[in-house]
Structures are given as structure tokens and as C-alpha cells.
Design a protein around this ligand. Structure first.
Ligand code: CMX
Ligand code: CO
Length: 152
């Protein structure tokens, strides 16, 4: 099942300014950045612990790239802040199916593309006590190398 906090998603209006806040205040550097067109975001992943043993967690700083994106809608309503949490799992398909069986709405029929070649899905915040919850299976092996080459 779910084995760790993969990341915390933080919505912001200005990604560069927010990256600079996390760098100058805490010393966190950008580990990876990309635009996820499907999700409508430009994002920076800041690795905040772990080494190269697969145990790292991230802050995922998110800036909307479209006015009709979910993050733009959320920012307009709430202002900047914590947008979602994400649990890491070795098998997002199996965990999503199991959680769906418990009556929690899983937003996607099939996991979609997330940061760094990962596969992601979301649980509806109204079924999770007001917390938008993401499940993530990180890319491994050839997938991870592909993500390194194409998305940095
Ligand atoms: N956390 C907690 N509650 C949230 C929320 C969030 N991030 N987003 C929406 N809600 C709540 C709203 O406050 C609203 O509650 P009320 O009815 O009580 O006001 C309700 O959910 C419906 O919200 P909405 O503004 O009408 O938004 P939608 O229903 O259109 O969309 C959701 C909500 C969760 C389906 C949509 O945000 C979604 O599909 N999210 C998953 C994708 C995503 O967030 N992508 C960006 C991150 C990408 C990444 O992590 O890689
Ligand atoms: Co996320």
C-alpha cells in the first residue's frame, strides 16, 4: 500500500518568486521542473529529504498555465497555499482500485502522467475530509532515465 509522503503540492501565482522564497529561506534547490500540459501547470519539484535511496519527499510548487486549469480555479477561490498531498506507492493501479472499492471517488479511470515520468491519480477531496489526495508511482528503470533525458 502507501509507503511514504511523495510530495506536498503548493499552489502559487508566481513560480519563480516562490522558488526563490524556498531557496533563500530554507536552502531548498530545484531538483526538477517541467510543464504538465494535461494538468495545466508549470511546476518545480524541490527535494527536501532522502538521498538517492528512493526515500526522498518533495515540495511540488505549482503555477497554473491556463485560466481554466484546476489550480487556477483553486487559486482564484483560495489564494496561495497547500493544494494537495501525495502518497507514494509501488502500485498506483492496485491501490486506486482498492480505495475505489471503499467508496472513495478516484478521479481518473486510468492513472495519468505526473512529475518526472510518474503515474498519478487523485481522490476527491469531498471524500477525504477536505484534502485533495494524490497517489503516485514513481518512474523506475528505463522510464526514469527517459524522464531524465526528456524533461529536465
Ligand atoms: N483541496 C480541498 N478541497 C478542494 C480542492 C482542493 N485542492 N479543490 C476543490 N476543492 C473543493 C472545493 O472547495 C469545493 O468545495 P465546496 O463545494 O464546499 O465549495 C469542491 O471541492 C468542488 O470544487 P470546485 O472548485 O468546484 O472544483 P472542481 O469540482 O471543478 O474540481 C477537483 C475539484 C478536485 C475535481 C479538481 O481540482 C481536480 O480534478 N483535481 C485533480 C487534478 C489536479 O489537482 N491537478 C493539479 C496538480 C497536478 C499534480 O499534482 O501533478
Ligand atoms: Co502533485
Amino acid at each position: 500500500m502507501l509507503t511514504r509522503i511523495d510530495h506536498i503540492g503548493i499552489a502559487c501565482f508566481d513560480l519563480d518568486r516562490t522558488v526563490e522564497f524556498y531557496r533563500s529561506t530554507y536552502g531548498f534547490e530545484v531538483f526538477h521542473s517541467e510543464v504538465n500540459e494535461e494538468q495545466g501547470v508549470r511546476e518545480a519539484m524541490l527535494r527536501i529529504n532522502g538521498t538517492d535511496d528512493g526515500g526522498a519527499s518533495y515540495l511540488q510548487l505549482l503555477e497554473p498555465v491556463r485560466e481554466d486549469s484546476t489550480v487556477a480555479k483553486w487559486l482564484a477561490k483560495n489564494g496561495e497555499g497547500v493544494h494537495h498531498i501525495a502518497f507514494g506507492t509501488a502500485d498506483v493501479d492496485a491501490d486506486a482500485a482498492e480505495i475505489r472499492g471503499k467508496g472513495v471517488r478516484v478521479l481518473y479511470d486510468e492513472p495519468r502522467k505526473g512529475s518526472m515520468g510518474s503515474r498519478i491519480t487523485f481522490l476527491h477531496p469531498k471524500d477525504c475530509g477536505g484534502v485533495l489526495t494524490e497517489l503516485v508511482t514513481a518512474a523506475t528503470g528505463a522510464h526514469a532515465e527517459h524522464a531524465e533525458q526528456t524533461e529536465h
